[in-house]
Design a protein around this ligand. Structure first.
Ligand code: IVH
Length: 682
């Protein structure tokens, strides 16, 4: 009887793992989920529960084991099966053609097949798969190594396991379909998608932490942290591009290797193409350069590979790179230039941003004349002075920034120190720096620069989407006093517009139509458009869903505001203060009179946990803190940040903090992630 029951449990665990793997693949690799998040969580919860009851059945490749590893002391160094070489670069068509010519000469071939792949800008990684000890025909992730010095890498398996698109286990049947044995190595690139990067930086800004410079640095940092729970929160991705057995490529072609990797469940970048000659390679390269900013991750070029493995072997390697591949690098996104001046710009919130005025420099196809220096702390960190030679970097569509000061014979140091002004350069108002904050701000509520930026934000694409209301128009509207607040936008007449420069009847009518259309946009856009400090697009959406109307949101206390997802004390205070200001209340009143959308669909909450208060401490294995908070709140519960006698449950994850001690002292119920999920689902 006991054995029959044990068998059932083992079978059920097996089933759940198969199902979860299948759905993880649909979601994270194919980007095409079949299940809702809640249904997926249910499977995960059941598996978690069974494994908690039968810890002897936990295997390292179970989907539950992605997170939860303990922080390490350091990384172990492991030699690579075959060196992880880098690639030679080509920076222009000539260099690319020279490489092709060499390939032809060395191989004696008249025609050579190539494969063109995007060159993802991340961190290269080797993943070793080995036969599963319980099921030799299947394969499990055994080791993940960074490139290191090319010969010896660092073992970062626990961190890489948190990347959901990396398969932890590949069943025998899948391997068979892909034509792979259970032992092989995959090489590829770990990247941080632009969205994850932006989200992480937003979150860091909310917490008052320094932001990361670019997704590559943020991703590389996330792989090399000692605590896998931190890697998990950074939402990385992995794209496979190289398949090895016994240290060599074994399929006859690179194109077949890419297909095999995809069939085995790896994420392979879909934008690779075969090319039959140099002309086709060049076309591929040119077609992607203008499109690179539309990708959800950064690329810095194209990798061109000889398709046939036999030919690759014949061509072999120079000391440090294969002769059978080349990296075509798009124009650098950084350049060296001189700072001619540092001037201050005033933003929507009154923030003063020091901007470097540069000697014009061509970077990645555009001429750059300005770069941001962010704030006074950044100027100090860089040690930058007026007259310095600096490196300037330009990412996707972000504003160029100064990343480094040069100091050598050709690039002598500048000597003019910059100081933040005590008066606003736009209005002469007082400038203050609040203690503990990096930014200086103009405190004059009527500062014209603030108004201009507020209007531009309100009209911009992601907000009220009023096309045609850009710099030129807004400058004139503000200068002529036609617009003194965003509410005035809805009072603009055709007569007003016709009096402005370069405004004919047709364009004036277009602007008016755009303004009229913006009235229909949903509540979250209006909230975002108000320009409340710390309220970005996502927060605006959470606020709209939570309150369902602008009026309810306006009446909320700081505490009530904090019940909203992602709203902490700083954000809550900022929203509250915004609506305490009579001028802002007047603004809202006028927007209402103009017929903007003031109500939305409130997300109905459950009542299972009504009146119950939770505190979260430590990292949970399967959910981020935000997700857990949202689940509790959706079930009607409340999440607060400190433990008191009124707290009903403390949810403890890995590495809980002092909140756990406090809970024990006060006799508050301490539960784990599973128990929390049980409560949430009732
Ligand atoms: S193939 C020996 N393919 O670029 C073959 N590399 O500059 C080595 N990279 O270290 C790599 N995308 O980190 C290859 N589709 C791709 C790539 C790629 C990005 C990176 C990789 C490599 C570096 C070389």
């Amino acid at each position: 009887m006991a054995t029959a029951a044990a068998k059932d449990i083992t079978r059920r665990i097996g089933e759940l793992r198969d199902q979860i793997r299948y759905h993880e693949h649909r979601y994270y690799v194919l980007d095409n989920p079949e299940l809702s998040d809640a249904d997926f969580d249910c499977l995960m919860q059941e598996l978690n529960k069974l494994e908690a009851e039968h810890p002897e059945l936990i295997t390292p490749d179970s989907p539950t084991q992605r997170v939860g590893g303990k922080p390490r002391e350091g990384f172990v160094k492991v030699p690579h099966s075959t060196p992880m070489l880098s690639l030679d670069n080509a920076y222009n068509e000539q260099e690319l053609r020279d490489w092709e010519r060499r390939v032809h000469e060395l191989s004696g071939r008249k025609t050579v097949d190539y494969v063109c792949e995007l060159k993802l800008d991340g961190l290269s990684m080797a993943l070793r798969y080995a036969p599963d000890p319980h099921d030799g025909g299947s394969s499990r992730l055994a080791q993940a190594l960074t490139r290191g010095d090319g010969s010896i890498g660092e073992e970062v398996t626990a961190n890489v396991k948190t990347i959901r698109s990396v398969p932890l286990f590949i069943p025998a049947a899948t391997l068979k379909k892909a034509g792979l044995a259970a032992e092989f190595e995959v090489r590829g690139e770990v990247i941080m998608p632009t969205k994850s990067f932006e989200r992480m930086n937003e979150e860091r800004e909310r917490q008052g932490l320094a932001k990361f410079a670019n997704p590559r640095n943020a991703g590389a940092g996330a792989v090399r942290v000692l605590d896998p729970n931190i890697t998990a929160q950074r939402r990385l991705d992995f794209y496979a591009y190289f398949l090895l057995t016994d240290g060599r490529a074994f399929l006859p072609r690179q194109s077949e290797a890419l297909e095999a990797l995809q069939a085995a469940g790896f994420k392979v970048n879909p934008n690779w193409r075969p090319a039959q000659n140099g002309e086709e390679v060049w076309k591929f390269i040119n077609s992607w350069e203008p499109k690179r900013d539309t990708l959800p991750y950064e690329i810095d070029g194209v990798v061109v590979k000889v398709d046939e493995t036999r030919l690759q072997r014949e061509l072999g390697y120079t000391g440090k790179a294969p002769r059978w591949a080349i990296a075509y690098k798009y124009a650098a996104r950084s350049g060296i230039t001189k700072i001619e001046d540092i001037r201050v710009q005033v933003g929507r919130t009154g923030k003063l941003t020091p901007v470097a005025w540069l000697q014009p420099v061509a970077i990645g196809g555009t001429t750059v004349t300005r770069a941001t220096l962010h704030n006074a702390d950044e100027i100090e960190r860089l040690g930058v002075k007026i007259g310095d030679w600096v490196e300037v970097e330009r990412g996707g569509d972000v504003i160029p920034k100064v990343t480094r000061v040069l100091d050598d014979q050709q690039h002598p140091r500048g000597d003019r120190q910059f100081h933040m002004p005590e008066r606003c350069p736009e209005c002469g108002g007082h400038v203050v720096r609040v203690e503990g904050e990096a930014d200086h701000r103009c405190v004059n509520a009527n500062c014209p620069a603030k108004l201009r930026e507020t209007i531009l934000h309100f009209a911009s694409r992601g907000v009220m989407n009023i096309e045609g209301m850009g710099d030129a128009l807004v400058n004139q509207l503000v200068e002529r006093g036609l617009v003194k607040s965003v509410a005035d936008i809805y009072q603009i007449t055709k007569q007003d517009l016709l009096g402005l420069e370069r405004m004919g009847d047709k364009s004036a009518q277009n602007v008016l139509d755009e303004i009229a259309n913006s009235r229909k946009l949903p509540l979250e856009r209006v909230i975002y458009g108000l320009g409340i400090r710390f309220v970005g697009e996502r927060t605006a959406e959470f606020l709209a869903q939570h309150f369902g109307s602008l009026d309810a949101m306006m009446q909320a206390s700081v505490e009530e505001l904090q019940e909203v997802n992602e709203v902490g004390p700083r954000v809550g205070q900022s929203i509250y203060e915004f609506f305490q200001e009579p001028k802002n209340r007047e603004l809202v009143k006028r927007l209402r009179e103009s017929g903007l959308t003031f109500t939305g669909k409130k997300r109905e909450k459950g009542t299972k946990l009504a009146g119950k208060t939770f505190v979260l401490t430590g990292s949970l294995a399967n959910h981020s803190r935000d997700e857990a908070k949202k689940m509790i709140e959706d079930a009607g519960g409340k999440v607060t940040s400190s433990v008191s006698k009124k707290t009903d449950y403390v949810v403890a994850g890995v590495e809980p903090g002092s909140k756990l001690d406090k809970a024990r002292d006060l006799g508050v119920n301490v539960i784990g992630e599973d128990e929390m999920l049980r409560l949430v689902r009732g």
